[in-house]
Design a protein around this ligand. Structure first.
Ligand SMILES: C[S@@+](CC[C@H](N)C(=O)[O-])C[C@H]1O[C@@H](n2cnc3c(N)ncnc32)[C@H](O)[C@@H]1O
Length: 396
């Protein structure tokens, strides 16, 4: 993709961004291509930028694409670089919410500019052009504001120079401690990228929620970052009913409750279900629909409707499989889910997803049925003998 610095001047008329090839697995590329092969921008386009952490996996990109779909259905995203995603989500609230929810997003904000030099990066117009300025996010903020520049790519001197350019153009005040706005500079390959957000800080701590720090510990419990990404891949949002049918100690439920999603867990073993209840009580309990003891592979789900599912199926010695293969467990569960997760209808057009984490050697082609189609897959290396796969099924 050649950006030609055009984005910098925000003269976007008629430009078509094509998807660029990032190092993703084939399934993910296929799903993006199906979703929207190209994105056309007009002069009025307001864009956003999301900067991801550097995991060696397609999961961060998959997660951000899922969140964009959740909050801005017709928007699309383009990987300018593997870690830098530009999208046409223009609503400030949605951009903040996506960045806040994401496990792997280091920064999310409105895209202010792209350019090969620092001066080129910041297209804030001269005074007389202000009325015409398309980034309402900036132009509406006339009174003095405080800001900081954050970057991992610029030297200290360049960062200070960037700060003085911004100060001169906006009249805002520099505040390194607790600024109201953060300007983030990233190296986007051919160009630098400048984004703006109300606050660049994440408000929660992963460490506090790690499995060992919980009241009830299960050796197969997964870490909060991965749990959150799984919930986000399911496209669950506030007010939805989210289900983890093999919930163990409740790692995914903790994350979904914290994101204000009504959450229900099921586990076959009574003492584990009790432990999950203990763990989930601590976090946004008003979004807990409870934990049930039951067998999720038998068409027993005691619900009328489920909007989103994410889970980590039992395998190996650490958790009970009752002699069933992973494929069989998933197949039977998907069959039981069919009745409680209706396909999109004219009343509710939203696509629904079921996200399943499992050992990568499971052969999932055989578990697809007429109601669930495999649309996306991510691989996560755990250790020499275990690579996990995350398979995303879409309700047809
Ligand atoms: C891999 S563990 C889940 C771990 C969980 N993600 C966590 O972080 O604690 C799988 C769980 O599925 C439960 N399980 C096994 N067979 C089940 C079934 N048929 N229905 C419901 N739960 C089942 C096991 O008791 C186990 O707690």
């Amino acid at each position: 993709m050649n950006l030609d610095g055009t984005l910098n001047s925000l003269n976007l008329d008629g430009i078509t961004f094509r998807e660029i090839q990032v190092d993703l697995n084939e399934n993910l590329q296929r799903s993006y291509a199906l979703h929207r092969p190209e994105m056309k921008l007009s002069k009025k386009s307001v864009l956003s930028v999301f900067v991801l952490s550097g995991e060696n996996s397609s999961l961060p990109l998959g997660e951000i694409a899922a969140l964009i779909e959740t909050y801005s259905k017709n928007s699309t995203c383009i990987a300018v670089q593997k870690r830098v995603i530009v999208s046409d989500v223009s609503d400030e609230w949605a951009v903040n919410r996506i960045a806040e929810r994401s496990a792997f997003c280091r920064f999310g904000g409105l895209l202010i500019g792209m350019g090969s030099s620092l001066e080129e990066l910041f297209p804030y117009p001269a005074k007389e052009e202000k009325e015409d300025f398309k980034l309402s996010f900036l132009s509406e903020r006339k009174e003095e504001r405080s800001f900081a520049v954050r970057t991992e790519t610029l030297s200290r001197e360049s960062c200070a120079r960037m700060g003085s350019i911004i100060k001169e153009k906006t009249g805002w005040r520099v505040s390194l401690e607790g600024p109201e706005y953060v300007f983030q500079v990233e190296n986007g390959g051919e160009n630098f990228i400048l984004g703006l957000s109300r606050s660049g800080e994440k408000k929660f701590s992963w460490k506090e929620r790690r499995p060992r720090a919980r009241r009830f510990f299960l050796p197969s419990a997964i870490y909060p970052k991965l749990s959150r990404a799984l919930v986000n891949l399911s496209r669950a949002r506030e007010g939805d009913v989210f289900l983890d049918p093999f919930c163990g100690s409740g790692s995914l439920l903790i994350e979904s409750q914290l994101m204000n999603i009504d959450s229900l867990g099921i586990d076959l073993i009574r003492w584990i279900a009790r432990g999950a209840l203990l763990n989930t009580k601590k976090y946004h309990n008003d979004h807990s629909l409870g934990i049930l003891r039951g067998d999720s592979t038998r068409a027993f789900l005691p619900l009328r409707k489920v909007d989103a599912v994410a889970t980590d199926v039992p395998y190996g010695r650490a958790s009970s499989t009752r002699g069933k293969t992973t494929e069989r467990i998933i197949k039977e569960f998907l069959e039981s889910l069919t009745n409680v997760m209706p396909s999109p209808s004219w009343e509710d057009l939203r696509q629904k997803y079921c996200v399943i984490m499992h050992p990568s050697n499971a052969e999932l082609a055989s578990v697809e049925n007429e109601t669930f189609r495999l649309v996306e897959r991510h691989l996560i290396y755990v250790h020499r003998n275990l690579t996990r796969a995350i398979s995303v099924f879409k309700r047809i």
